[in-house]
Ligand binder design. Sequence first.
Ligand code: COA
Length: 213
Amino acid sequence: VPEIRPFEETDRHELRALAAYAGQGSPSESLWGHMESEAAVYLDPYLDLEPESVFVALQDGALVGYLCGCLDTAAFPSEDDRIVKAVREYRLLLRPAMMGFFARSALDLASARVRRQRTAGAVEDARWPAHLHMNVAAPARGTGAADGLMNRWLDRLQETGSPGCHLQTLVENTRAVRFFERMGFVRYGDTPLVPGIRYHGRRLHQQTMVWTP
Ligand SMILES: CC(C)(COP(=O)(O)OP(=O)(O)OC[C@H]1O[C@@H](n2cnc3c(N)ncnc32)[C@H](O)[C@@H]1OP(=O)(O)O)[C@@H](O)C(=O)NCCC(=O)NCCS
């Protein structure tokens, strides 16, 4: 049975290493193929700004999964701002893989505009001010590590009196959607295209899900 506990500063190095492969095999695996800068967007700000909302799962003393929560999304740097900062800091515009990502993004945004279709965007809704990201390494999936992490986060939401929590995954990430549904999240809103990313060559769609205590 995996151990679940709050993040401690001494976990940071091992957690960063875990984050580089914990998504493997899922459509959410990688955005632009550069794990350092992806961690700078989806991991580091949570460890720096809200470490008490980060939980880790351990098996035989090693980290196998983590959940990064945020109680008040409106007060947290936006995903777009975090991406812009990472693009600057890591000089991503000079990286060939990033150019592919930007080219695909531009193409996807243009074709969506032609079809008058909305593309993926953030949730700003007072009903669900909190949000989360989570990943469990492949060998630890189906072991209860994910359930343990989510239960600790849901406890924290209850303890802090949060009105609710949202998350954004991909329609194509069927395992994640089923897991979140089992934990009490429900699908919410439409499922717009996520520009720039592909999985086995296919376009991917955003699935917003919400939880209310
Ligand atoms: C999403 C994640 C946290 C879920 O944790 P988990 O331990 O794998 O969850 P479960 O084993 O309970 O699987 C969830 C459901 O998917 C089913 N499932 C198992 N293998 C599957 C597969 N290969 N494809 C689709 N569904 C699968 C399970 O049977 C279960 O369904 P059920 O509840 O109806 O029985 C974990 O798989 C993970 O971290 N994946 C990679 C990264 C990721 O997708 N993160 C979320 C991004 S938003």
